[in-house]
Design a protein around this ligand. Sequence first.
Ligand SMILES: NC(=O)c1ccc[n+]([C@@H]2O[C@H](COP(=O)([O-])OP(=O)(O)OC[C@H]3O[C@@H](n4cnc5c(N)ncnc54)[C@H](OP(=O)(O)O)[C@@H]3O)[C@@H](O)[C@H]2O)c1
Length: 555
Amino acid sequence: MFLCVIFTQIGLFSRNKNLYWAQVLNCLLPTTYASAQMETAVIPGLSRSNEGRKADEPCTIVIFGASGDLTVRKLIPALFHLYKDGQMPEPFRVVGFARRDKTDASWREEMKAGIERFSRSPEVDSAQWEAFSKNLFYHRGDLTDAEAYASLRTRLADFDNEQLANNLIFYLAISPSLFGDVVDHLHEVKLLHRWEEGDQFWQRVVVEKPFGHDLQSARELNARLVKHARERQILRIDHYLGKETVQNIMMFRFSNAIFEQLWHREAIEHVQITVSEDIGVGSRGGYFEEAGTMRDMMQNHLLQILSLVAMEPPPSLAAEDIRNEKVKVLKSIRPMTPEAVAQQVVRGQYFAGTVNGENRTGYRQEEKVNPESNVETYAALKLFIDNWRWSGVPFYLRTGKNLPLRASEVRVQFRPTPSVLFAAQGNLDLDRNALTLRLQPDEGISLRFNGKVPGTTIATRPVRMHFGYDAEFGAYTPEAYERLLLEAMAGDATLFIRRDEVETAWQFIDAIRAGWGDEVLSNREFYAAGTWGPEAAEDLLAQDGHVWHNPQPAK
Ligand SMILES: NC(=O)c1ccc[n+]([C@@H]2O[C@H](COP(=O)([O-])OP(=O)(O)OC[C@H]3O[C@@H](n4cnc5c(N)ncnc54)[C@H](OP(=O)(O)O)[C@@H]3O)[C@@H](O)[C@H]2O)c1
């Protein structure tokens, strides 16, 4: 029962940190007394909440790449949801910038069709759409043409509102090779200013992933961006950080004494982080040949999850305090020597197979992929965090494409109990306690422990205590981009990646890639689509006496 109360509390990471803590404190007393009755009930006033966070300074969001996939699938649906939830500032404008020939009206129509096709709530209320869409404008121009930025400036000035013309978010939903040029041009036409204390207006630049393709390119890009903007004005996206369940990792740890007290090397045997995809590279073969899983997934999403799982409590919930702690984790990862890469890192590549009854072609047969490619579509590794808390605890990370199902989860496996009691009874095979944080889909948290099988023997078997977000708070899955856009407008950088964070992550990944060199994939590194990865990945854990725990299908 007590655990259920705890689980009730951990999902309450509202959009406003102060409100969140106020809610936690307000509710601790009644929930403790009422615990016996409220195992799965939704607490009145504490179901999923959209309240508490609102971007209140009028601003304009300029989306570079307005005719692209990200804009229609994610950005505009997210902005529309924020609008419906009353979280957009009043007034606001969205200006889409791209080369294709469109009018305001035709772009609005395309965006509406996009919401109907891709949004989490595809029914569009016409009155709401009418009110929202009159704030959308299309600006045709080439990103390499200085004139297009001058006319953008005029267009913003035409809004006839100082805040709309000067409080600006530049969202770079374009190829990373263009990021630097766009920022230079924006600076030249005086749309982007380095922020100074006391400035009346602000500008922020939101940068999509991938942020560089190695340490060197990330450094160059950073150097270019900070020429015209302060670090606090640059918001580097890792959309995983916008996910409610990823944010909840920190809340879970630091708002629950019973877990935080066990969160260290004395109690934890190892940690597994799995991010599995059930699709192949599809039409992104050209991009993937340049990237590979280590850069595309491990450098950002998995290392971000790792840093939240392993960080120390920050002195406050301020963005810099949280990011300082995350960077410390990344800096404490034991560097990978070439020998360590050989022993602790596994690559994989899928060949033809079946996922969910569907035939899948092999990676080398995909469109725009070299038929002899050695690019990895799967990566698994073991790393150590050399600090006081985690010394000696292995962290196993794995991610891959064309695996049996789509899931992201963290599994914390606790150390075994001394087996003295049960050894005498011959019941040696006690299951180890494990806590699983399911990040997506079927979001929730489960605790696995042993229970006595009813009867006259002392037999035990593992049982599970589970908290499910949907059961507890009602179905509500805000898109990560909603949260990220809201934070960008509100000027809170907590959920964005800082310069030193991105560079430290690249340093770690570069060492692994250097260790691989030009070596070709071995037979044990191929896996059939629809399986949990190559045999070499099983070996990686077997050498420590562990096994991977595969995510289970959503119920
Ligand atoms: N799609 C996703 O789900 C996703 C997810 C994560 C990250 N990202 C990142 O987001 C960025 C955009 O991805 P995307 O999938 O939306 O790409 P996309 O569909 O190829 O769109 C690219 C956009 O850039 C515009 N563009 C390209 N060159 C231009 C130029 N010279 N002048 C003006 N506009 C130009 C294109 O507009 P015109 O052709 O009309 O000029 C188009 O609107 C990339 O960095 C990608 O890695 C995307």
